[in-house]
Design a protein around this ligand. Structure first.
Ligand SMILES: NC(=O)c1ccc[n+]([C@@H]2O[C@H](COP(=O)([O-])OP(=O)(O)OC[C@H]3O[C@@H](n4cnc5c(N)ncnc54)[C@H](OP(=O)(O)O)[C@@H]3O)[C@@H](O)[C@H]2O)c1
Length: 319
Protein backbone atom coordinates (compact mmCIF):
# COMPACT_ATOMS: atom_id res chain seq x y z
CA UNK A 1 0.00 0.00 0.00
CA UNK A 2 1.47 3.38 -1.04
CA UNK A 3 1.16 5.87 1.81
CA UNK A 4 1.52 9.63 2.17
CA UNK A 5 1.56 12.33 4.83
CA UNK A 6 -1.62 14.20 5.71
CA UNK A 7 -3.03 16.52 8.35
CA UNK A 8 -6.56 15.59 9.38
CA UNK A 9 -9.03 16.14 12.21
CA UNK A 10 -11.27 13.69 14.05
CA UNK A 11 -13.42 16.42 15.65
CA UNK A 12 -13.66 20.24 15.43
CA UNK A 13 -11.64 22.21 17.98
CA UNK A 14 -8.48 24.17 18.79
CA UNK A 15 -5.25 23.63 16.83
CA UNK A 16 -4.44 20.51 18.87
CA UNK A 17 -7.11 18.58 16.88
CA UNK A 18 -4.83 18.76 13.79
CA UNK A 19 -3.14 15.33 13.40
CA UNK A 20 -0.07 14.75 11.19
CA UNK A 21 -0.45 11.14 10.01
CA UNK A 22 0.16 8.55 7.28
CA UNK A 23 -2.76 7.50 5.07
CA UNK A 24 -3.24 5.58 1.82
CA UNK A 25 -2.83 7.48 -1.48
CA UNK A 26 -6.05 8.08 -3.44
CA UNK A 27 -6.75 6.96 -7.04
CA UNK A 28 -8.07 9.42 -9.64
CA UNK A 29 -11.63 8.70 -10.84
CA UNK A 30 -13.21 9.54 -14.22
CA UNK A 31 -12.33 13.11 -15.33
CA UNK A 32 -9.96 13.54 -12.38
CA UNK A 33 -6.19 13.82 -12.08
CA UNK A 34 -3.90 12.75 -9.25
CA UNK A 35 -1.76 15.69 -8.09
CA UNK A 36 1.47 15.52 -6.07
CA UNK A 37 0.89 18.59 -3.89
CA UNK A 38 4.00 20.79 -3.51
CA UNK A 39 2.34 23.63 -1.60
CA UNK A 40 -1.06 24.28 -0.02
CA UNK A 41 -2.47 27.77 0.60
CA UNK A 42 -4.03 28.68 3.96
CA UNK A 43 -7.25 30.75 4.10
CA UNK A 44 -9.43 31.93 7.01
CA UNK A 45 -12.03 29.27 6.07
CA UNK A 46 -9.41 26.65 7.01
CA UNK A 47 -9.22 27.60 10.70
CA UNK A 48 -12.96 28.35 10.81
CA UNK A 49 -13.86 24.88 9.51
CA UNK A 50 -11.29 23.27 11.83
CA UNK A 51 -12.56 25.19 14.88
CA UNK A 52 -16.30 25.17 14.36
CA UNK A 53 -16.91 22.25 12.05
CA UNK A 54 -18.80 24.53 9.65
CA UNK A 55 -17.93 22.40 6.67
CA UNK A 56 -18.51 19.23 8.68
CA UNK A 57 -22.01 20.45 9.44
CA UNK A 58 -22.90 20.55 5.74
CA UNK A 59 -23.03 16.78 5.98
CA UNK A 60 -20.93 16.39 2.83
CA UNK A 61 -17.83 15.00 4.54
CA UNK A 62 -16.96 12.11 6.80
CA UNK A 63 -14.47 11.96 9.66
CA UNK A 64 -11.51 12.07 9.66
CA UNK A 65 -11.78 15.34 7.75
CA UNK A 66 -8.94 17.02 5.84
CA UNK A 67 -8.90 20.83 5.94
CA UNK A 68 -7.61 23.00 3.07
CA UNK A 69 -8.49 23.82 -0.54
CA UNK A 70 -5.67 25.68 -2.32
CA UNK A 71 -3.00 23.59 -4.01
CA UNK A 72 -0.11 23.82 -6.45
CA UNK A 73 1.69 20.70 -7.62
CA UNK A 74 2.37 18.23 -10.38
CA UNK A 75 0.05 15.84 -12.22
CA UNK A 76 1.23 12.26 -11.51
CA UNK A 77 -1.79 10.22 -12.63
CA UNK A 78 -4.79 10.46 -14.96
CA UNK A 79 -8.32 9.13 -14.47
CA UNK A 80 -10.43 7.77 -17.30
CA UNK A 81 -11.27 10.29 -20.04
CA UNK A 82 -8.72 12.96 -19.10
CA UNK A 83 -7.29 14.77 -22.12
CA UNK A 84 -6.80 18.32 -20.72
CA UNK A 85 -3.67 17.49 -18.68
CA UNK A 86 -0.70 15.13 -19.01
CA UNK A 87 1.53 13.49 -16.42
CA UNK A 88 4.24 16.02 -15.49
CA UNK A 89 2.06 19.13 -15.95
CA UNK A 90 2.35 21.67 -13.14
CA UNK A 91 -1.12 22.76 -12.02
CA UNK A 92 -2.89 24.89 -9.41
CA UNK A 93 -6.47 25.29 -8.20
CA UNK A 94 -9.10 25.07 -5.50
CA UNK A 95 -10.77 21.70 -6.07
CA UNK A 96 -14.36 20.99 -5.02
CA UNK A 97 -14.86 24.05 -2.75
CA UNK A 98 -16.91 24.20 -0.49
CA UNK A 99 -16.87 20.41 -0.42
CA UNK A 100 -13.79 18.65 0.92
CA UNK A 101 -10.66 19.00 -1.25
CA UNK A 102 -8.21 17.41 1.23
CA UNK A 103 -5.51 19.92 0.29
CA UNK A 104 -3.34 19.26 3.38
CA UNK A 105 -2.04 16.04 1.77
CA UNK A 106 0.92 14.95 -0.34
CA UNK A 107 -1.40 13.55 -3.04
CA UNK A 108 -4.97 14.61 -3.88
CA UNK A 109 -7.42 13.94 -6.68
CA UNK A 110 -9.09 16.85 -8.44
CA UNK A 111 -11.74 17.23 -11.14
CA UNK A 112 -9.92 18.58 -14.23
CA UNK A 113 -12.41 21.49 -14.49
CA UNK A 114 -11.16 22.87 -11.16
CA UNK A 115 -7.48 23.16 -12.23
CA UNK A 116 -5.34 25.18 -14.63
CA UNK A 117 -1.68 25.05 -15.61
CA UNK A 118 0.41 26.74 -12.90
CA UNK A 119 1.85 30.10 -14.00
CA UNK A 120 5.53 29.46 -14.80
CA UNK A 121 6.49 32.83 -13.33
CA UNK A 122 5.27 31.78 -9.86
CA UNK A 123 6.87 29.20 -7.58
CA UNK A 124 4.65 26.41 -6.24
CA UNK A 125 4.41 28.33 -2.96
CA UNK A 126 3.39 31.57 -4.67
CA UNK A 127 0.91 29.74 -6.93
CA UNK A 128 -0.67 27.92 -3.95
CA UNK A 129 -1.61 31.30 -2.48
CA UNK A 130 -3.64 32.31 -5.51
CA UNK A 131 -6.74 30.11 -6.01
CA UNK A 132 -9.30 30.78 -3.25
CA UNK A 133 -8.34 34.39 -2.52
CA UNK A 134 -7.80 35.54 -6.12
CA UNK A 135 -10.86 33.68 -7.46
CA UNK A 136 -12.89 35.46 -4.77
CA UNK A 137 -11.53 38.83 -5.88
CA UNK A 138 -12.10 37.98 -9.56
CA UNK A 139 -15.67 36.74 -9.11
CA UNK A 140 -16.60 39.68 -6.83
CA UNK A 141 -15.10 42.43 -9.01
CA UNK A 142 -15.77 41.07 -12.49
CA UNK A 143 -18.67 38.56 -12.32
CA UNK A 144 -20.79 40.29 -9.65
CA UNK A 145 -19.88 44.01 -9.73
CA UNK A 146 -18.88 44.09 -13.45
CA UNK A 147 -16.11 46.57 -12.59
CA UNK A 148 -15.18 48.78 -15.58
CA UNK A 149 -12.09 50.81 -16.49
CA UNK A 150 -12.34 54.31 -15.04
CA UNK A 151 -14.63 53.31 -12.15
CA UNK A 152 -13.62 53.77 -8.52
CA UNK A 153 -13.41 50.71 -6.27
CA UNK A 154 -12.99 50.76 -2.50
CA UNK A 155 -11.35 47.57 -1.16
CA UNK A 156 -11.42 47.29 2.64
CA UNK A 157 -8.55 45.19 4.04
CA UNK A 158 -6.22 45.64 1.05
CA UNK A 159 -3.24 43.93 2.71
CA UNK A 160 -4.96 40.56 3.25
CA UNK A 161 -5.11 37.53 0.99
CA UNK A 162 -8.17 38.61 -0.99
CA UNK A 163 -7.38 42.32 -0.73
CA UNK A 164 -3.86 42.13 -2.14
CA UNK A 165 -5.04 40.22 -5.23
CA UNK A 166 -8.13 42.46 -5.58
CA UNK A 167 -5.95 45.58 -5.76
CA UNK A 168 -3.84 44.07 -8.57
CA UNK A 169 -6.88 42.79 -10.52
CA UNK A 170 -8.74 46.11 -10.23
CA UNK A 171 -5.66 48.03 -11.43
CA UNK A 172 -5.27 45.60 -14.35
CA UNK A 173 -8.89 46.38 -15.27
CA UNK A 174 -8.11 50.12 -15.26
CA UNK A 175 -10.05 51.10 -12.12
CA UNK A 176 -9.09 53.71 -9.54
CA UNK A 177 -8.32 51.82 -6.29
CA UNK A 178 -8.86 53.07 -2.74
CA UNK A 179 -8.03 50.78 0.17
CA UNK A 180 -7.60 50.60 3.95
CA UNK A 181 -4.78 49.08 6.02
CA UNK A 182 -3.00 49.57 9.31
CA UNK A 183 0.11 51.76 9.34
CA UNK A 184 2.64 48.99 8.70
CA UNK A 185 0.93 47.99 5.42
CA UNK A 186 0.46 51.42 3.83
CA UNK A 187 3.61 51.19 1.70
CA UNK A 188 2.89 47.55 0.81
CA UNK A 189 -0.50 48.29 -0.78
CA UNK A 190 0.83 51.38 -2.58
CA UNK A 191 3.45 49.12 -4.18
CA UNK A 192 0.66 46.75 -5.31
CA UNK A 193 -0.91 49.68 -7.18
CA UNK A 194 -3.44 51.25 -4.78
CA UNK A 195 -4.00 54.90 -5.74
CA UNK A 196 -5.32 56.07 -2.36
CA UNK A 197 -4.51 54.36 0.95
CA UNK A 198 -6.32 55.19 4.18
CA UNK A 199 -4.58 54.13 7.40
CA UNK A 200 -7.61 52.94 9.40
CA UNK A 201 -5.74 53.39 12.71
CA UNK A 202 -5.54 57.16 12.06
CA UNK A 203 -8.47 58.08 9.87
CA UNK A 204 -12.03 56.84 9.27
CA UNK A 205 -12.58 56.12 5.55
CA UNK A 206 -16.17 57.29 5.91
CA UNK A 207 -14.89 60.85 6.51
CA UNK A 208 -12.53 60.79 3.53
CA UNK A 209 -14.18 59.17 0.50
CA UNK A 210 -17.54 59.32 -1.31
CA UNK A 211 -19.27 58.47 -4.62
CA UNK A 212 -17.60 55.06 -4.89
CA UNK A 213 -18.85 52.81 -7.75
CA UNK A 214 -17.95 49.44 -6.24
CA UNK A 215 -17.06 48.35 -2.69
CA UNK A 216 -15.35 45.02 -2.01
CA UNK A 217 -15.83 44.53 1.73
CA UNK A 218 -13.45 41.92 3.20
CA UNK A 219 -14.04 42.99 6.83
CA UNK A 220 -17.82 43.21 7.58
CA UNK A 221 -19.66 44.73 10.58
CA UNK A 222 -18.90 48.47 11.09
CA UNK A 223 -16.80 48.57 7.91
CA UNK A 224 -19.79 47.23 5.96
CA UNK A 225 -22.16 49.70 7.66
CA UNK A 226 -19.91 52.65 6.76
CA UNK A 227 -19.45 51.33 3.21
CA UNK A 228 -23.09 52.23 2.48
CA UNK A 229 -22.28 55.87 3.30
CA UNK A 230 -19.48 56.11 0.73
CA UNK A 231 -20.95 54.22 -2.23
CA UNK A 232 -22.94 56.18 -4.84
CA UNK A 233 -26.63 55.47 -5.54
CA UNK A 234 -26.78 52.75 -8.17
CA UNK A 235 -23.37 51.44 -7.07
CA UNK A 236 -22.67 48.01 -5.63
CA UNK A 237 -21.27 46.45 -2.46
CA UNK A 238 -19.95 42.91 -2.37
CA UNK A 239 -19.28 41.49 1.08
CA UNK A 240 -17.23 38.40 1.87
CA UNK A 241 -17.42 37.52 5.59
CA UNK A 242 -19.72 34.52 5.81
CA UNK A 243 -21.58 35.14 9.08
CA UNK A 244 -25.33 35.69 8.91
CA UNK A 245 -25.21 39.18 10.47
CA UNK A 246 -23.43 40.55 7.40
CA UNK A 247 -26.20 39.47 5.04
CA UNK A 248 -29.00 40.66 7.33
CA UNK A 249 -27.34 44.10 7.78
CA UNK A 250 -26.59 44.53 4.08
CA UNK A 251 -30.07 43.45 2.96
CA UNK A 252 -31.60 45.99 5.39
CA UNK A 253 -29.44 48.92 4.27
CA UNK A 254 -29.33 48.29 0.50
CA UNK A 255 -32.84 49.61 -0.37
CA UNK A 256 -32.35 52.74 1.83
CA UNK A 257 -29.18 53.67 -0.04
CA UNK A 258 -30.27 52.48 -3.50
CA UNK A 259 -27.30 50.11 -3.74
CA UNK A 260 -26.97 46.53 -5.03
CA UNK A 261 -25.74 44.37 -2.13
CA UNK A 262 -24.42 40.82 -2.51
CA UNK A 263 -22.66 38.32 -0.24
CA UNK A 264 -20.79 35.99 -2.56
CA UNK A 265 -19.51 32.45 -2.10
CA UNK A 266 -16.44 31.68 -4.22
CA UNK A 267 -16.61 28.67 -6.56
CA UNK A 268 -13.86 26.72 -8.39
CA UNK A 269 -13.10 27.71 -11.99
CA UNK A 270 -10.24 26.27 -14.03
CA UNK A 271 -11.03 28.84 -16.75
CA UNK A 272 -10.59 31.81 -14.42
CA UNK A 273 -7.45 30.20 -12.96
CA UNK A 274 -6.07 30.01 -16.53
CA UNK A 275 -6.81 33.72 -17.10
CA UNK A 276 -5.05 34.58 -13.86
CA UNK A 277 -2.08 32.42 -14.86
CA UNK A 278 -1.73 34.57 -17.99
CA UNK A 279 -1.72 37.69 -15.80
CA UNK A 280 0.83 36.17 -13.42
CA UNK A 281 3.10 35.19 -16.32
CA UNK A 282 2.88 38.79 -17.58
CA UNK A 283 3.95 40.04 -14.13
CA UNK A 284 0.51 41.57 -13.43
CA UNK A 285 -0.52 39.26 -10.57
CA UNK A 286 1.91 38.51 -7.77
CA UNK A 287 1.65 36.69 -4.46
CA UNK A 288 3.15 38.21 -1.36
CA UNK A 289 4.15 35.35 0.99
CA UNK A 290 3.83 36.41 4.61
CA UNK A 291 4.92 33.04 6.02
CA UNK A 292 5.71 29.51 4.81
CA UNK A 293 5.45 26.50 7.16
CA UNK A 294 6.15 22.80 6.62
CA UNK A 295 2.89 20.78 6.63
CA UNK A 296 3.63 19.31 10.06
CA UNK A 297 3.69 22.85 11.54
CA UNK A 298 0.17 23.64 10.30
CA UNK A 299 -0.91 24.62 13.84
CA UNK A 300 1.37 27.68 13.67
CA UNK A 301 -0.12 28.60 10.30
CA UNK A 302 -3.66 28.44 11.70
CA UNK A 303 -2.71 30.57 14.73
CA UNK A 304 -1.18 33.21 12.48
CA UNK A 305 -4.21 33.21 10.15
CA UNK A 306 -6.67 33.50 13.06
CA UNK A 307 -4.77 36.57 14.33
CA UNK A 308 -6.38 38.54 11.47
CA UNK A 309 -3.31 40.48 10.35
CA UNK A 310 -1.73 38.35 7.63
CA UNK A 311 0.02 40.37 4.90
CA UNK A 312 -0.70 38.54 1.62
CA UNK A 313 -0.70 34.77 2.08
CA UNK A 314 0.36 31.93 4.38
CA UNK A 315 1.39 28.74 2.58
CA UNK A 316 2.25 25.19 3.70
CA UNK A 317 5.08 23.45 1.90
CA UNK A 318 5.06 19.71 1.07
CA UNK A 319 8.32 19.46 -0.92
N1 LIG B 1 -17.40 34.49 0.78
C1 LIG B 1 -16.32 33.93 0.24
O1 LIG B 1 -16.40 33.17 -0.72
C2 LIG B 1 -14.98 34.27 0.84
C3 LIG B 1 -13.80 33.99 0.13
C4 LIG B 1 -12.59 34.37 0.67
C5 LIG B 1 -12.54 35.02 1.90
N2 LIG B 1 -13.71 35.24 2.57
C6 LIG B 1 -13.69 35.97 3.86
O2 LIG B 1 -13.21 37.27 3.59
C7 LIG B 1 -12.45 37.74 4.69
C8 LIG B 1 -11.05 38.15 4.22
O3 LIG B 1 -10.35 37.00 3.74
P1 LIG B 1 -8.77 37.06 3.53
O4 LIG B 1 -8.33 35.75 3.03
O5 LIG B 1 -8.41 38.28 2.77
O6 LIG B 1 -8.31 37.25 5.07
P2 LIG B 1 -6.86 37.61 5.65
O7 LIG B 1 -5.81 37.35 4.64
O8 LIG B 1 -6.75 36.94 6.97
O9 LIG B 1 -6.97 39.21 5.89
C9 LIG B 1 -6.17 39.78 6.84
C10 LIG B 1 -6.07 41.27 6.55
O10 LIG B 1 -7.17 41.98 7.11
C11 LIG B 1 -6.70 43.29 7.40
N3 LIG B 1 -7.55 43.94 8.39
C12 LIG B 1 -7.92 43.50 9.61
N4 LIG B 1 -8.76 44.39 10.20
C13 LIG B 1 -8.91 45.43 9.32
C14 LIG B 1 -9.67 46.64 9.33
N5 LIG B 1 -10.45 46.99 10.37
N6 LIG B 1 -9.62 47.43 8.24
C15 LIG B 1 -8.86 47.11 7.17
N7 LIG B 1 -8.10 45.98 7.12
C16 LIG B 1 -8.14 45.15 8.18
C17 LIG B 1 -5.31 43.07 7.93
O11 LIG B 1 -4.51 44.23 7.63
P3 LIG B 1 -3.76 44.99 8.83
O12 LIG B 1 -2.80 43.99 9.42
O13 LIG B 1 -3.12 46.13 8.14
O14 LIG B 1 -4.85 45.34 9.82
C18 LIG B 1 -4.81 41.84 7.15
O15 LIG B 1 -3.93 42.19 6.10
C19 LIG B 1 -12.46 36.61 5.72
O16 LIG B 1 -13.54 36.84 6.60
C20 LIG B 1 -12.75 35.38 4.88
O17 LIG B 1 -13.34 34.33 5.61
C21 LIG B 1 -14.92 34.89 2.08
Amino acid sequence: MATMKTVQIYKPGDVDVLRYEDVERPEPQKNEVLVRVRAAGVNPVDYVSRAHGLILSTGTSVLPYVVGWDIAGEVVGLGEGVTQFAVGDEVYGMPRFPNEAKAYREYITSPVADLALKPQQLTHQEAAGVPLAALTAWQALFNTAHLQAGQTVFISGGAGGVGHYAIQLAKWKGAQVITTTSTRNVEFVHELGADVVIDYTRQAFVETIKDIDVVLDTIGEDVLKDSFKVVKRGGSIISLPGHKGVKVLGDQLAPQYGVAFTVIMVHPSGEQMAEMARLANAGQLKTHLDAVFPLKDVAQAHKLSAGGHVRGKIVLTLE
